[in-house]
Design a protein around this ligand. Structure first.
Ligand SMILES: [Zn+2]
Length: 68
């Protein structure tokens, strides 16, 4: 019997874009939200997600918050 170790390997598939579900092959397109970090495949998906879920985004800036 031959146990093929490659058949039990962990899935090496990349993270699925949180907008279009395509594999995320380039890191850096990330957004911090109230439910955690979202990752995207491209800048376009980041922009669309920002528009659709703007109220769930958490600003990750060192700048001071403008409290009016
Ligand atoms: Zn995408």
């Amino acid at each position: 019997m031959t146990a093929d170790p490659s058949s039990t390997r962990d899935t090496a598939s990349p993270y699925a874009c949180d907008l279009c579900r395509l594999p995320v092959e380039v890191s850096g397109f990330e957004l911090m939200t109230v439910t955690g970090v979202k990752r995207f495949c491209c800048e376009g998906c980041v922009g669309v997600y920002q528009m659709l879920n703007g109220d769930t985004l958490v600003e990750d800036k060192d700048g001071q918050l403008s409290e009016a």
